[in-house]
Design a protein. Structure first.
Length: 251
């Protein structure tokens, strides 16, 4: 499939960018509906996106450039040329979270409450955006004889984009259910997002052929382990504090 959808005044518009934009649009709609459901000011969601989306893109690019530094060899113009490809989701998460922390401090909003509202939307956008990798014939796995393998350069390979997309959509549905039926403490939904996404990425990354490396270690696997441990610890501490306070109130 041609990665270029159409051209505007000779400038190619790629399917990858269209899918990412579509994912952001759908995610925004879902986040606004979730905000309305929990009586959270919807304007705050729009205001956050004005800062979080650019911060996420910048973070994703910086992260990618750092771990492919030898390729860019100090060429600044090439470093900022995101049309040439090269965005890393972990960098995007870091950039967006930093923007959200600053935003909530300035606006005097509970960060964890806002993060819970946005978490299902984030993983949904990731699910949609992964299909851009399919169109670009990138981010795939190694050779396989499985019936659902896809052909890339004449070889059947693991459709790792599909594995991650399906997992992410399942996590999206789970987070919506959890936030409505099980959540007791602000932050639970967001922390579960970090853990569940990282769990799948830890294994899927092992199949991919285009890993970003830190020495001999795939950086995405290392980040996934760190996020699982950190998010799991914070999840446990926040729930324990809530349960302890509930017990004290009963007494």
């Amino acid at each position: 499939m041609d990665p270029v959808a159409f051209e505007i005044f000779g400038l190619p518009v790629r399917w990858y960018g269209i899918l990412i934009s579509f994912g952001m649009l759908i995610a925004t709609v879902v986040a606004l509906r979730e905000a309305k459901r929990v009586n959270f000011k919807e304007d705050n969601i729009i205001d956050l996106l004005i800062f979080a989306i650019p911060a996420g893109i910048i973070g994703a690019r910086i992260y990618y450039v750092i771990f492919t530094w030898d390729y860019y060899n100090g060429d600044f113009l090439e470093m900022i040329n995101i049309r040439g490809g090269g965005l890393a989701i972990h960098g995007g998460i870091i950039g967006s979270v930093i923007a959200a922390i600053i935003f909530t401090k300035v606006k005097k909003i509970n960060f964890w409450r806002l993060a819970d509202i946005c978490a299902p939307s984030i993983i949904l956008a990731q699910s949609i955006g992964r299909w851009g990798n399919f169109i670009n014939q990138e981010a795939h796995g190694g050779p396989t004889n499985l019936p659902w393998g896809i052909m890339v350069n004449g070889q059947k390979v693991h459709p790792t984009f599909l594995y991650e997309s399906l997992w992410n959509f399942g996590v999206f549905l789970f987070l919506l259910w959890y936030s409505r039926n099980k959540k007791k403490v602000h932050g639970e939904t967001f922390l579960l997002y970090l853990m569940l996404y990282s769990f799948a990425r830890l294994f899927i990354e092992g199949l991919r052929t285009d890993k970003l490396m830190l020495g001999s270690i795939p950086i995405a696997q290392l980040m996934s382990i760190l996020l699982i441990l950190l998010a799991g610890y914070v999840f446990y501490r926040r729930k324990k504090k809530f349960d302890d306070n509930s017990s004290n109130n009963v007494e």
